[in-house]
Design a protein around this ligand. Structure first.
Ligand code: ADP
Ligand code: MG
Ligand code: MG
Length: 883
């Protein structure tokens, strides 16, 4: 096997495309070499050798040793130095580097090859003894920590003590003799703590470091990181062994890091920091305050330390040219590491730079406009999920954060307001023009109006799919859920967190993007929907096949969704309308009526309310399709629960509380999600379906007359498992349609379709399709019914499942392609076999999840529907899936 690939001297055996083999760092070092850039020569041990190390019982195969030896000989030839030599010693860095950048991996070891003899030679050769001892102490520190496993704090303490004793502020102030003394203390500490001495043999040092890189692949940090980022353990890490160049060789030497563009704004300007007379990670370690690279950023930051541009103009010029070369070559913003040794520039790393969502948009648009990348490429450069950051107010990154608690980042964006503990108070506050945060242990459907009125929602219990989280995401309201470290004392209206007691009316801020709960009001940045964002969305819209609709019931949501580019409503959950204001009591009257006649009296009162809701939605959507789902939840969700609530409601309805309690108990179900709900309600009480159908058609007539835009209502029947269920409900709808349309005397086209949310419906899709004009996959329920996992109770054990690796992801968040996905494919294929071109869509949380959207594209669905604030995400994801 060829285990070792060399680079240096103007050419390399590998290239950027060999990332899997050489790891990210090694592949890009090779690429830079091939581009003729100044890279210190070195070698890369391929990732597969890592597997070899483990299959050899954690030892190095012999042929690997021989190949590394040959590679080092090549480095010796290029540099004119010899590894382990006592005249002109070659020093090496040993660097890990997996395919994906992994912060959990081993730290780099620099200056390897130094010992008590070669340190003298190094100083002599460079004519700078301080430099040699400084390098040696760095080496012992790093090797002692990273390879030998001695706590780095032990070294730091020794150094701090010495600096204090000598009266030095900076490391650079220590003289050669003083470093020599520090080194003797370091060595003694190693002997005392580990019972072995610091290895003097460079070969031993080298294989110690290489072994440590391999071993670090299996350290706890790396394993956790791989778990979190779905990186397979088989990949292994590569090892880069490279000739050292020295940024610590006096005041004409330096080391730094840079981005070719500003990573937070995306501005096309070189952005970076460096330190004179320093090495390795000094810049990021914060030992000294780093200096700006460009004069412009020095001026902007108000620093009085000279920029690289002023200090080393030649190296700076050369560096700028290299930045341009690399950007043009990789066609992306680069994150660079470099070192200047006595005025000579060396490149040590390049990779695509991490950036904020805002910067990503700007960079993609700028590069496309400059012709560096195509518009398609620009569209694929943006992580759809990251758009979330841009659609909501965010906490100003410069602001001070007084964190008092934390929970799950349940719905993105930040919000500030006074604490209130009940939905009634939230509604009242909204009327008075006060901004509030609704704080609850958890929320329920009765809180809908309060949630709407609040700026943000904070709960102390519940997961990412709890009621509060799902509804808040739907409304686009920031939410932190399950903040276990705050205590909500509803009785006394107190919030207790971080040893502080806050009262109703005290101001807090929640950050639904990080899950933080903060004290007081915090400055925010407002979203920016035009500019680069608008450009990318425009390009995305040209590339996608599927349309994007929204899930919306309220006019506010529908308008918001339109402004985000929704092309219709894919799911209007009629029951949400029944929770509003006075309606809940009319709804209760209907549910509690003794017979059909009684129900009809209440339904007659609900009819005009529903009609005006629909009419408004139709006019906002102005001719775009609107899918309305008939009543879905079990009826007891509308009923009071506690004795107090029952007494209240009994008063309003003029009932005896005991009778009411009896009716409520009678409607109780053990397993309501699998109970009397969905089309089952329409079959038991066809008068409810009649009322809803009438409201829809009358509203359609009204909208058609007013706006002139033809409305095509799409009526969706929930929870169908049997064709006969759909037939029964459809007959009811058709009868009402005939009546209303006949009376109105205008043509109204309409569709009747069904949700596919039961496995049986998916399997019998070819039969159900005979009666359906469209299918909409209700993947929340379909996931629930396919797994047999209740969405409301899943949080309790799904986290354990994820931690133990039983499932990779929460199937309610990202679609389970294998199981639920196969049912969708079956239903799509069977449905279209019966009805060619049957319209297919998806509604529910997955409709806004990029991975699930990709699946929908591949399955050939016509549209996805998601909550208003996810519409731009879905537009972008749908485009990427189609490109
Ligand atoms: P990381 O992956 O943590 O960034 P690197 O392997 O890039 O680790 O090394 C960290 C730093 O060590 C580099 O930024 C550079 O400053 C220094 N370094 C690495 N190799 C060399 C070398 N051959 N000569 C000089 N400095 C080096
Ligand atoms: Mg690096
Ligand atoms: Mg459902």
């Amino acid at each position: 096997t060829k285990w070792v690939y060399t680079f240096g001297g103007g050419k390399a055996e590998g290239a950027a495309v060999d990332r899997d083999l050489l790891g990210g760092k090694g592949a890009n070092l090779a690429e830079m070499c091939n581009l003729g850039l100044p890279v210190p020569p070195g070698l890369t041990i391929i990732t597969e050798a890592c597997a070899g190390y483990y299959s050899h019982g954690r030892s190095i195969p012999d042929d690997l040793k021989a190949q590394v030896r040959a590679g080092i000989t090549r480095i010796e030839e290029i540099t004119g130095r010899v590894f382990g030599d006592n005249q002109r010693p070659l020093l090496l860095s040993v660097r890990s580097g997996a395919r994906a950048s992994m912060p959990g991996m081993m730290d780099t070891v620099l200056n390897l090859g130094l010992n008590d003899h070669s340190v003298q030679a190094l100083g002599h050769d460079a004519g700078d003894a301080r430099f040699a001892w400084d390098s040696y102490r760095r080496f012992i520190q790093m090797y002692g920590d990273v390879v030998m496993g001695l706590d780095h704090e032990i070294f730091e303490e020794i150094l701090e003590d010495e600096k204090g004793r000598l009266g030095h502020g900076q490391d650079t102030e220590l003289s050669a003799v003083e470093w020599q003394h520090v080194i003797s203390l370091y060595k003694r500490a190693i002997e005392e703590e580990l019972g072995e001495s610091f290895p003097q043999d460079p070969e031993v040092q080298l294989w110690g470091a290489i072994g440590a890189v391999f071993a670090s692949w299996m350290n706890a940090r790396a394993i956790t990181y791989r778990h979190l980022h779905n990186i397979p353990a088989e990949w292994g890490t590569a090892v880069n062994v490279q000739a050292m160049v020295f940024g610590n060789l006096g005041n004409s030497s330096a080391t730094g890091v840079a981005f070719t563009r500003n990573p937070s704004t995306g501005e096309n300007e070189l952005y970076g920091e460096f330190l004179v007379n320093a090495q390795g990670e000094d810049v990021v370690a914060g030992i000294r305050t780093p200096q700006n690279i460009t004069e412009a950023s020095r001026l902007a930051s108000g620093s009085d330390k000279p920029s690289l541009e002023k200090l080393m103009p030649e190296a700076f010029e050369q560096f700028c040219t290299i930045c341009e070369t690399l950007e043009r070559h990789y066609k992306d913003m680069q994150d660079l590491e470099f070192t200047i040794e006595r005025g000579t520039l060396w490149m040590l790393q390049t990779r695509s730079g991490k950036r904020t969502a805002k910067a990503a948009l700007k960079i993609a648009v700028d590069m496309a406009e400059a012709g560096l990348i195509t518009r398609h490429q620009a569209v694929t450069r943006i992580d759809p999920a990251s758009l979330d950051q841009l659609l909501h107010p965010t906490i100003d990154p410069r602001a001070r954060r007084d964190i008092i608690g934390s929970g799950l980042p349940a719905s993105p964006g930040a919000a500030t307001g006074e604490i209130v503990f009940t939905s009634e108070e939230a509604v009242l506050a909204e009327k008075e023009g006060r901004k509030v945060i609704l704080v609850r242990v958890e929320t329920s459907p009765e809180d809908i109006h309060g949630m709407h009125a609040a700026e943000g929602i904070l709960t102390s219990r519940g997961g990412m799919t709890s009621h509060a989280a799902v509804v808040a995401r739907g409304m686009g309201i920031p939410c932190v859920s399950g903040a276990g470290n705050i205590r909500v004392d509803l009785r006394n209206e107190l919030l207790i967190a971080a040893g502080m007691t806050l009262k109703k009316g005290d101001v807090i801020t929640i950050d639904g993007s990080s899950g933080q709960v903060l004290k007081g009001e915090i400055p925010m940045l407002q979203p920016e929907l035009s500019g680069d964002f608008g450009r990318i969305m425009e390009w995305a819209d040209k590339s996608r096949r599927m349309t994007v609709r929204t899930n919306a019931e309220t006019p506010a949501d529908a308008r918001a969704a339109r402004s985000f580019g929704a092309e219709g409503i894919g799911l209007c959950r009629t029951e949400h309308m029944f929770f509003e204001g006075e309606r809940i009591n009319v709804m209760r009257e209907m549910i509690l009526a003794a017979d059909e006649a009684g129900r009809r009296i209440a339904l007659d009162k609900l009819l005009p309310m529903q009609r005006s809701d629909f009419a408004e939605l139709f006019s906002i959507m102005h001719g775009l399709p609107v899918t309305i789902r008939l009543l879905d939840p079990p009826l007891h969700e509308f009923l009071p629960k506690t004795d107090e609530e029952i007494a209240d409601v009994a008063g309003v309805l003029g009932m005896n509380p005991a009778d009411l309690r009896q009716r409520v108990d009678a409607l109780h179900e053990f397993n309501p999600m699998l109970g009397h709900r969905g089309c089952r309600l329409a079959i038991s009480y066809p008068e409810i379906c009649e009322m809803q159908a009438r409201a829809i058609f009358e509203a359609a007539v009204e909208a058609a007359r007013e706006t002139g835009a033809p409305v095509v209502p799409e009526i969706m029947v929930p929870l169908v498992g049997l064709k006969s269920e759909l037939d029964y409900v459809k007959a009811c709808i058709d009868a009402v349609a005939k009546e209303v349309i006949g009376e109105a005397g205008i043509e109204i086209e309409y569709l009747v379709g069904t949700m596919i949310e039961l496995p049986r419906a998916a399997l019998r899709a070819h039969v159900i399709a005979e009666s359906a004009d469209f299918f909409s996959f209700g993947t929340n329920d379909l996931t629930q019914t396919t797994f047999g996992i209740s969405r409301d109770d899943a949080a309790q054990f799904l986290n354990t499942y994820i931690q133990k690796g039983i499932v990779e992801q929460d199937p309610f968040v990202s679609l389970d392609f294998d199981g639920v996905g196969e049912l969708i494919q079956i239903a799509a294929e069977r449905g279209r076999r019966t009805k060619n071109g049957l319209k297919l869509g998806i509604c529910g949380e997955h409709g806004g999840d990029p991975a699930s959207i990709r699946f929908c594209e591949q399955t050939g669905l016509d549209y996805v529907s998601c909550s208003p604030f996810r519409v731009p995400i879905a537009r972008l994801a749908a485009a990427q899936a189609a490109i």
